[in-house]
Every structure is written in C-alpha cells, then in structure tokens.
Design a protein around this ligand. Structure first.
Ligand code: 4AZ
Length: 246
C-alpha cells in the first residue's frame, strides 16, 4: 500500500494473507497475496494469486507477517478455484477472481473472534466518488519487498468512462473491473496487495466491493489501481459457495 497507515488490531478482521510453498515440502510458506474471508470456509482472492502447482494456506487475524500474533488462525486450503474466464493479457487482467475453500469440519473452518470476521457481499453498485478502504502487506513507497505490518488507505471510486480515457487506461477496462484511487497519485495498492479487499460502507455495513487486481505501477498520476468488480460476480460466487456467503 502506498500512502497507507498501520491497521489497528481488529479493524479489518476479514483481511487474509494468502501463502504458498512448493508442494509436499517443508519449506516455509511465504505471503504472495491478500484475500478476503466471506464465509467460515471461503476466501475470495484474485485469480492471478492462485498457483495450482503449490501448497496454499491462509492466515487470518494477522497484523505482523514476521511475528506469531496470538490472534492468528492458520488454515490449509483444500481447493482453489479460478474463474473460468480468467484471462491475463499484457495490458490487463480480466475476470481476476478466485475462491479458496478452507479445511475444516461440519462447515466450520475459520472461528469468528474479535480479530477474525467475515465481510458481506455488496447488493448493488455504489456511486462514483464513494470513499472506500484498501489494505494489504504489499509494496510501499519505501520498500519493494512489502510491509511487515498490515497497512490501509482510503481511495475513491472513479467513474468508468473517466478511467477509460486515453490518458488513463483507454480501452483496456471491461465491466469485470473498476478503478479506484486518487488521480493525482500517491495513495494506491501495489504488488503483494493483490487479491485483498477494497471495502466500502453500504447501508452501515462494510461490504467487499473490489479485490486488488492490477494497475500501471503504483501511486502514479493518472494510473489509479484497478479492482475486480464484485457485483459482476455475485452469481458466480453463490454458484461455488452455495448459501455460505452473504
Ligand atoms: C501488482 O503487480 C499490482 N497500483 C497490484 C496493484 C497495482 C499495481 C500492480 C495497483 O500486483
């Protein structure tokens, strides 16, 4: 996160660290992406974060990646599902969404605590200019290696036609994505934040409105972050998780 502040304990309880290691080894898991807890056994993340040839796990209730916080829950990923129309081109990432099914019994995987809670799904689109929150352990203006402490920043939803102007992203945007940020630059998501939440307030609850997806570098003028548009995928999410998410 560029232009961010440290997150207080319990402030973003749906934030997930998605971690991978080479299959069937004892190498340590390393953070690759963010994710969002939407049901006890389901995490949303970006399609480009899913590596089918690797073992995957998620860490919930975490703030500091290099310390074992007592609030943490580490859970193995049983199944990783990438959207059927996920497509990466040199210019953009289309339908950049995936679901991780967590290991557990009787529909209980993550345990709800003060530090681990699910985020709700949005029911409708929000107006341009709405202020929303992004968070993650990704690169900062100081460090390409990311932040050890979870960071957050506020961004504004940007009009789709405006973001499709030639000076911004031109014809590379489609309806599976939207832009958010500050066109003057400075505050943005970055590499390592991918798959993590953009949440907004809707009817006084926090909803996961976007997932960090792509952008032309980070924090640059006229190059805001591009996010997966969750309202475009509500039926897809329901078809995979059943009634588990809301
Ligand atoms: C990345 O490389 C990436 N500024 C993520 C987010 C943004 C740019 C790049 C948005 O994963």
């Amino acid at each position: 996160i560029f232009g961010g502040l440290k997150v207080a304990p319990g402030a973003i309880p749906w934030q997930v660290s998605v971690q991978v290691r080479p299959k069937n080894t004892n190498q340590p898991f390393r953070h690759v992406c963010g994710g969002v807890l939407i049901a006890s056994c389901w995490v949303l993340t970006a399609g480009h974060c899913i590596e089918q040839r690797k073992d995957m796990q998620v860490v919930l209730g975490d703030l500091s990646l290099n310390k074992n916080d007592t609030t943490e829950q580490t859970i193995h990923v049983e199944e990783a599902i990438v959207h059927e129309n996920y497509q990466e081109t040199p210019e953009a990432v289309h339908n950049d969404i995936g679901l991780l099914r967590l290991s557990g019994t009787h529909g209980i995987c993550a345990h709800e605590t003060q530090f681990v809670k699910t985020a709700c799904l949005p029911d409708t689109q929000l107006p341009d200019g709405t202020e929303c929150t992004i968070s993650g352990w990704g690169s900062t203006e100081q460090s390409d290696y990311g932040s050890n402490h979870l960071l957050e920043a506020n961004v504004l939803l940007i009009n789709q036609e405006k973001c499709s102007e030639p000076l911004i992203y031109g014809r590379f945007l489609d309806e599976s994505m939207f832009c958010a940020g500050h066109l003057q630059g400075g505050v943005d998501s970055c590499q390592g934040d991918s798959g993590g939440p953009l949440t907004c307030k809707q009817n006084s609850t926090h909803v996961v409105y976007g997932l960090v997806s792509w952008g032309d570098q980070c924090g640059k003028k006229n190059k805001p972050g591009v996010y997966t548009r969750i309202t475009h995928f509500l039926n897809w999410i329901r078809s995979k998780t059943g009634a588990a998410a809301s």
